[in-house]
Design a protein around this ligand. Structure first.
Ligand SMILES: [Zn+2]
Length: 72
């Protein structure tokens, strides 16, 4: 499965250690499941310096958004 990231979002992701990335992806809130889920089939964009992941709940397929704030 290929991830779709804008160049800026890809550069942002490069700064995040892989183990942290995995933890962030496993901590997305799904409103349909009313709980934490894993985001899958996501794309990445940058908004206001933060990384926005738009994807889907791995359990139910509901649209899920994960915001990853810039550390700086
Ligand atoms: Zn769900």
């Amino acid at each position: 499965m290929l991830s779709r990231f804008t160049p800026r979002a890809g550069a942002f992701r490069e700064t995040i250690p892989p183990d942290i990335q995995e933890r962030l992806l496993d901590n997305a809130w799904c409103s349909h499941c009313s709980g934490m889920t894993t985001i899958t089939d996501y794309s990445g964009t940058i908004e206001n310096g933060d990384l926005i992941l738009d994807g889907f709940c791995i359990l139910c397929g509901n649209a899920v958004t994960r915001l990853i704030e810039s550390e700086e």
